[in-house]
Design a protein around this ligand. Structure first.
Ligand code: NAP
Length: 241
């Protein structure tokens, strides 16, 4: 049995937590606090930042887990960078959960873009755009006259700043419900971050079925020193040793 700090905040992390606890590991899942009511975990959770790499290192020295598992979102680069530095400073082994990026399927109208800003800048003025890029992309939406639908997990305190609206809903979403949503809203374009993972690909599959262009924001490169990305099974095997 290993004592594990799981850097979480994704569906993949929640599934890994369930796998780890089912193998009797002592897991603490760490959440940033970005979501008001996170979906339940099968293990205890803690919420809030550690105070940068040095704060995480101090936490690791005090709690002395056997391993840290980074299962944060592939676009959560700061947390991953901090985990690398803190693991190096303390000698606590760091494992990283793999989420291979999505690849275009034959027939998909897939357009690679470097950022949400770049996607928004290239939209036709009359487009009706579904953004599955999270609340953090609100700042990237200025300057477009397109109608935007931005999905968030929590209801938002402020009105939507553009033409369009927030779509408040909690994943996972199956392909049929994504397709029905896009049809109901009259969506003409989809913008996603290349998060990877099967559960989240349903929105791309739904857009492809409706022949919508899909703007895919490329992942940022791995931070220097990032450990090899491992599957859940590889992580379970490594922790069983
Ligand atoms: P980020 O930019 O990498 O991290 C910003 C700061 O938030 C970190 O420096 C850390 O604060 C704190 N933090 C992030 N993840 C944490 C965790 N699991 N436990 C404790 N503190 C954490 O992260 P982000 O992009 O804002 O994402 C925040 C959370 O949402 C992550 O857990 C991520 O998995 C999840 N998420 C992100 C996205 C996305 O598109 N970025 C999408 C879905 C889910 P301190 O420096 O104070 O420790």
């Amino acid at each position: 049995m290993a004592r594990v700090l799981l850097l979480a905040g994704t569906g993949a992390a929640r599934r890994l937590a369930a796998d780890l606890t089912s193998q009797n590991h002592d897991v603490l899942a760490s959440l940033a606090g970005a979501t008001a009511k996170p979906a339940p975990y099968s293990c205890p959770t803690r919420t809030g930042g550690f105070g940068g790499a040095s704060g995480l290192a101090a936490w690791l020295r005090s709690e002395n887990p056997d391993a840290v598992v980074d299962a944060t979102h592939p676009f959560a680069r700061q947390m991953t960078t901090n985990a690398i530095a803190a693991a190096r400073a303390t000698g606590v082994p760091l494992l990283r959960l793999s989420r291979p990026p999505w690849r275009p399927k034959p027939g998909e109208d897939w357009r690679d873009v470097p950022s949400v800003e770049a996607a928004v800048a290239s939209l036709p003025r009359t487009a009706r755009v579904f953004l599955a890029t999270g609340r953090g992309s609100l700042g990237a939406l200025a300057g477009t006259t397109a109608t935007l639908f931005l999905r968030t997990v929590d209801p938002q305190p402020a009105p939507f700043p553009n033409k369009g609206e927030f779509v408040v809903a909690r994943p996972p979403f199956d392909e049929a419900s994504e397709r029905a949503l896009f049809e109901r809203l009259g969506v003409t374009h989809l913008v996603v971050k290349n998060a990877g993972g099967a559960p989240g690909r349903t929105k791309l599959d739904a857009a492809a079925a409706l022949r919508l262009p899909i703007f895919v924001v490329a992942r940022p490169p791995d931070p220097p020193g990032a450990p090899r990305a491992m599957t859940s099974d590889e992580i379970l095997s490594a922790l069983a040793e």
